[in-house]
Design a protein around this ligand. Sequence first.
Ligand code: 13P
Ligand code: SF4
Length: 331
Amino acid sequence: MTAQAVASAAHCEEAQREHVKALLRRENAVLVAHYYTDATLQALADETGGCVADSLEMARFGREHTATTLVVAGVRFMGETAKILSPDKRVLMPTLEATCSLDIGCPVDKFTAFCDQHPERTVVVYANTSAAVKARADWVVTSSIAIDLVEHLAAQGEKILWAPDRYLGHYVQQQTGADMLLWDGACIVHEEFKAQALLDMRHVYPGAGILVHPESPAAVIDLADAVGSTSQLIRAAQTLPHQQFIVATDKAIFYKMRQAAPGKEFFEAPTAGVGATCRSCAHCPWMAMNSLDLLAGSLESGDQEIFVEQSLGEAASRPLQRMLDFARQRR
Ligand code: 13P
Ligand code: SF4
């Protein structure tokens, strides 16, 4: 690209950003973005009084905000969660096509049959699921409170049926010692991180800390200096003494990590190595669909709106609300 073409592209992006800001004001809307979305959208959310957060905080922020329209930049379950918790608000997304492999891998009919086979178990589902799956659950959790909640349930002698992420489920099981029966789902992004290649990389950067999202395989988690949700990993980047980090989660998080820990260096954990197919290479293909142009289009047309049927929404809101109440008590 010539220097002139670069300047012209930057000018267009700036004009589009201003256009989106005006649309947000016009629609009395607030932008709620996940850390895995494009840095442009994260910056826009910050500049316009919205939020950039993990999935638990996105849910809480959207519900408590006074805007009449929530624009959720993330994946579909995040938009659905916002709608379930705020049924009177309009919820838009840049595109309704942004989904999640965990959601896809847990269809409600098969999940219901699985639950019916184990009626003695308390059903705990990860937020990365459809409204229908949530409606069948006793509890919803996100990665930031999964351990606390399962510990709490196990202390009351409850046996757990967990869905859909088997890696997160295995990690929680290991940390809490709870009796957990796991659904067989996975995140196509985190599943790709490779332990041996990560060990090799640590030889190249011997002083680097390793930050791992618990949707990753156990062998990768075992190498971590910190394991946690996206917001917990950002905090770890800030508080751990290392000056360099190898990060096993979506690389779009680097935008906030660099803000939180200026001067520190961040490297993507390897997705290459034995058995690698690298379909995702440390970036979620569905999160990547959230573009500035689609965001503008959605605000202009209103055609990317989330709807959740009322009785389904009411059923799904119960385990979601329990999660938010539990998280508030823990804070
Ligand atoms: P967090 O709840 O940690 O933000 O994770 C959401 C997610 O989809 C991770 O892949
Ligand atoms: Fe789903 Fe994985 Fe994408 Fe998160 S990163 S939204 S778990 S596919």
